[in-house]
Write a protein that binds this ligand. Structure first.
Ligand code: FO1
Length: 312
């Protein structure tokens, strides 16, 4: 029988591995729990970038060039907004806008984010279960040399330029895991930490009270988002350096010390396997770059085989 798997994911890298897992697991065996610390209100709309990246990717609708937003997109709204002098720093495509609008409308009627996500992801054609980490409002703030910035102000408006000093997940202490999260973790044979940013994608999920605790005693396999000191995408390596941590796959494994059973890292980092073992995780080296859909599937198969071996 196929394993039951919960994948914890942020944006682009997490969505790619989730897509690989969706290619090899029956949909009822895969739950993807997604970071909502990046969510924000913009132009009167509730934007959930990571949920949307995961759903578009699983639906085969993602923009392959950016990783976020929709394929086959047009930008008439943004162009018109810019011409009017409106805020054009955060790019919302015409088709993508429909999703933000519909989510916002349903939330305003009192629906929860998990219920809206369930319905809209089904409409998009997503088959595995996609859950926000929480229905409650959690917002990531990045503490920098330019002051404390809301996540998208740091990430998009300031292009990750300010020097990072720390993070704050506003609201997380009182947030509850979304309905279904603890149940899925409880019945999972393995939990996969997708190759997402450890500080701003995975930590917010793990900080939701009850989620980290639900991983105790589980087979937890992390997949590195860093190869040879470089992030596959995004600011993880830059953040590590600014936080005074070496930007290595072993340092990221160490960040998750106490949580991991296994760590999947790139063959190019094989020399760090011993440090990973010292951080308490069994190391597995392979090619972790996912350029094609076939790469996603192969890596997912390998991660699941590894998890199965660790299950014993
Ligand atoms: N990222 C950018 O770098 N620039 C953008 O203009 C932008 C727009 C955007 C719109 C919808 C969406 O779902 C995601 C979008 N992202 C954009 C990505 C997003 O800010 C980040 O990928 C995540 O928050 C980090 O995982």
């Amino acid at each position: 029988m196929a394993m039951s798997v919960v994948a914890l994911a942020g944006g682009v890298g997490g969505a790619k591995l989730a897509d690989g897992l969706a290619q090899v697991l029956p949909p009822e065996r895969l739950t993807v729990v997604v970071n909502t610390g990046d969510d924000f209100e913009h132009l009167g709309l509730h934007i959930s970038p990571d949920l949307d990246t995961v759903c578009y990717t699983l639906a085969g609708l993602a923009n392959r060039a950016t990783g976020w937003g929709r394929a086959d997109e047009s930008w008439h709204f943004m162009e018109a907004l810019k011409a009017l002098g409106g805020p054009a720093w955060f790019h919302l495509g015409d088709r993508d806008l429909a999703l933000h609008h519909e989510r916002t409308r349903r939330l305003a009627q009192g629906e929860t984010l998990s219920s809206v996500t369930r319905q809209l992801s089904a409409r998009l054609g997503v088959r595995p279960t996609v859950l926000p980490m929480s229905d409650d409002r959690v917002r990531t703030y990045v503490q920098t040399d330019a002051g404390e910035l809301p996540f998208q102000a740091y990430f998009v408006a300031r292009a990750c330029e300010p020097v990072v000093q720390g993070f704050r997940f506003d609201g997380v202490e009182t947030a509850l895991p979304a309905p279904g999260v603890l149940e899925a973790l409880g019945s999972a044979n393995a939990v996969i930490l997708c190759p997402s940013n450890p500080w701003v994608s995975l930590d917010p999920i793990l900080e939701v009270p009850g989620i980290r605790q639900a991983l105790a005693g589980k087979v937890v396999v992390g997949v590195s988002a860093i190869i040879r000191g470089q992030a596959l995408k995004g600011p993880a390596a830059k953040m590590a350096r600014e936080l005074g941590i070496d930007a290595s796959t072993a340092a990221i494994a160490d960040h998750f010390r106490g949580l991991l059973s296994g760590w999947v890292m790139d063959t190019q980092d094989a020399a760090e396997a011993e440090r990973v073992q010292n951080a308490g995780a069994v190391a597995h080296t392979t090619d972790i770059v996912m350029k094609t859909s076939a790469d996603r599937r192969r890596l997912a198969e390998e991660v699941l085989d590894f998890a199965r071996r660790l299950t014993g």
